[in-house]
Design a protein around this ligand. Structure first.
Ligand code: NAD
Length: 487
């Protein structure tokens, strides 16, 4: 970056003008002015944050980031984030309906609940607390500073929910964001991003705090990783994407797949387990990475649990029906095992059951099947409202089976039990980011549980339940003894 003497003069004049009028004239770094001054071709101007190519999207977000940190105080960030929340609240019903239409997955009413959770429970700058240390050798401050421009990759399973959640978490710390959204949710994602940008500008914020390319592609992810103006990659989605980010050579935050196992032991409140598992495993038709995907019921808990699941409205599949569904919902892989048939991900239970001639009303949100521990419905992250329940002889066997089913993702697990020893032993063995006791796993992201909400659960890279802190750099400033200390 070269700064000419004329540009330095211009900055000095602006500062002086601010001093003379008693106001704070916004000081634009010269490199920002230069970019702004360049006559941009029409396509490079973008459409409320939507650009035709990656480089223009990055350039605009980079320029916005310089402005965001130079001219906007923490109080401004708070105010603008409140405007984002208001805007998102006004669009919850519309975006929830459009996601179902565009992706063909999930349930409208549950998407409304997910949106409200991220809107109301994603923390803003208030969680960026400064750490101070005072001692014989002076004073130390550590603060949360922005990375700069972040590239955020979003999934098809929570498209606008992740955009809203990532936006609040990322801009709270002074970053701006270039999104690469899932192609199967690109229309509703673009609309959400444009509305949020309009709300930011109406609240007095800079244009293009959020950008994206109109046609998201895999190649765009490589281009983002290669662009020196991108300082951090944050990816939410399957392990293929997370592994691609990890190989990119850039600092990255990866939120990948889960296959959450549940243990129900003989001490559990079985009625509670039946109710919460029905609620959790059917929530948004099970497309959430943290939703319960398989259950290991110990000894006498097994029969009672199946009874309670049916009482709550689940349809219990016969062994033959279960195998019919395997052939429809999964596909054999070339090298053995199965993979998911994406045509059935996130569909309503009654629609899936209709394929095997079973007619149930739409109020039946979950199908349950009795399977062995090595059944494909247990081992494949199917993301459908089909919950396999496995009978095991002991708590120890349940833990062993759960470890196999979770595939070392260390994402989410839960237990229904009143035995504190069991609760602790399973937690230590499974090592998941989210561990829920006696509730639906969505409680682990603040939906019916304590704590803030996120749609980016970064297990592989360790940030966990992400918030503004996760997307900031730690910077330290020290002052020698004799400075500001008062003791
Ligand atoms: P997906 O992996 O198909 O897509 C996610 C995003 O990554 C999309 O934007 C896609 O275009 C991109 N992508 C996919 N493969 C890529 C590659 N090789 N290189 C670059 N980009 C790539 O996932 P999905 O179907 O949208 O979402 C479901 C998956 O995401 C499930 O496995 C689920 O568990 C996981 N998920 C995890 C979290 C979390 O917080 N940990 C949250 C939501 C979803």
């Amino acid at each position: 970056m070269d700064i000419t003497s004329q540009e330095i003069d211009a900055i000095v004049q602006k500062v002086l003008a601010g001093i003379q009028t008693g106001g704070a004239a916004p000081v634009q770094p010269s490199y920002t002015c230069k970019t702004a001054a360049a006559a941009a071709p029409a396509s490079a101007a973008g459409d409320n944050g939507v650009f035709e190519n990656v480089d223009d999207a990055v350039e605009a977000a980079w320029k916005a980031q310089r402005e965001w940190v130079a001219n906007f105080k923490i109080e401004d960030r708070r105010r603008i984030i409140e405007a984002i929340r208001r805007c998102a609240r006004a669009h919850v019903e519309e975006w929830s309906r459009k996601i179902v239409e565009e992706t063909g997955m999930g349930r409208y009413e549950d998407k409304v609940e997910k949106h409200l959770a991220v809107i109301n429970k994603t923390p803003g700058p208030e969680c960026l607390t400064t750490e101070a240390l005072s001692g014989d050798t002076g004073l130390m401050l550590e603060e949360y500073a922005p990375f700069g421009v972040i590239a955020a990759i979003t999934p098809t399973t929570n498209p606008t929910e992740t955009i809203i959640n990532n936006t609040i978490s990322m801009i709270a710390g002074g970053n701006t964001v270039v999104f690469n959204v899932h192609p199967r949710a690109k229309r509703v994602s673009a609309q959400c991003l444009q509305e949020l940008n309009k709300a930011i500008v109406e609240a007095g914020g800079p244009a293009n705090l959020l950008t994206m390319t109109r046609e998201p592609t895999m190649e765009a992810v490589d281009q983002l990783a290669a662009n020196p103006k991108i300082r951090l990659m944050a990816g939410t989605g399957g392990m293929g994407m997370v592994n691609a980010l990890l190989r990119s050579g850039k600092k990255c935050i990866g939120a990948g797949a889960g296959n959450p196992p549940v243990i129900v032991d003989e001490t559990a409140d079985i009625a509670l387990a039946g109710q919460k598992l029905y609620e959790g495993a059917s929530f948004d038709n099970n497309i959430l990475c943290f939703a319960e995907k398989e259950v290991f019921a110990v000894g006498s808990a097994y029969d009672g649990l199946l009874h309670e699941l049916k009482k709550n409205g689940a349809y219990l599949l016969s062994a033959a029906q279960t195998e019919q569904l395997v052939r429809i919902c999964l596909k054999p892989k070339k090298n053995g095992g199965h993979e998911v048939n994406k045509d059935w991900v996130g569909k309503n239970a009654n629609e899936i059951l209709r394929q095997i001639g079973v007619q149930v009303p739409d109020t039946c949100r979950l199908a349950v099947c009795e399977t062995p521990a090595d059944h494909p419905f247990v081992l494949v992250e199917q993301m459908m409202p089909i919950l396999p329940v496995v009978r095991v002889g002991s708590f120890e066997e349940a833990v062993e089976c759960a470890l196999v089913a979770e595939h070392g993702n260390r994402h989410t697990a839960s237990i229904f039990s009143k035995d504190v020893d069991h609760m602790t032993r399973f937690a230590r063995a499974i090592e998941t980011t989210i561990y829920v006791k006696n509730s639906a796993t969505k409680a682990g992201v603040g939906i019916g549980g304590e704590g803030h909400c996120t749609m980016t659960i970064a297990g592989p890279t360790g940030e966990g339940i992400t918030c503004a802190k996760s997307f900031c750099r730690r910077r330290r400033c020290v002052l020698a003894e004799g400075g500001l200390r008062i003791v």
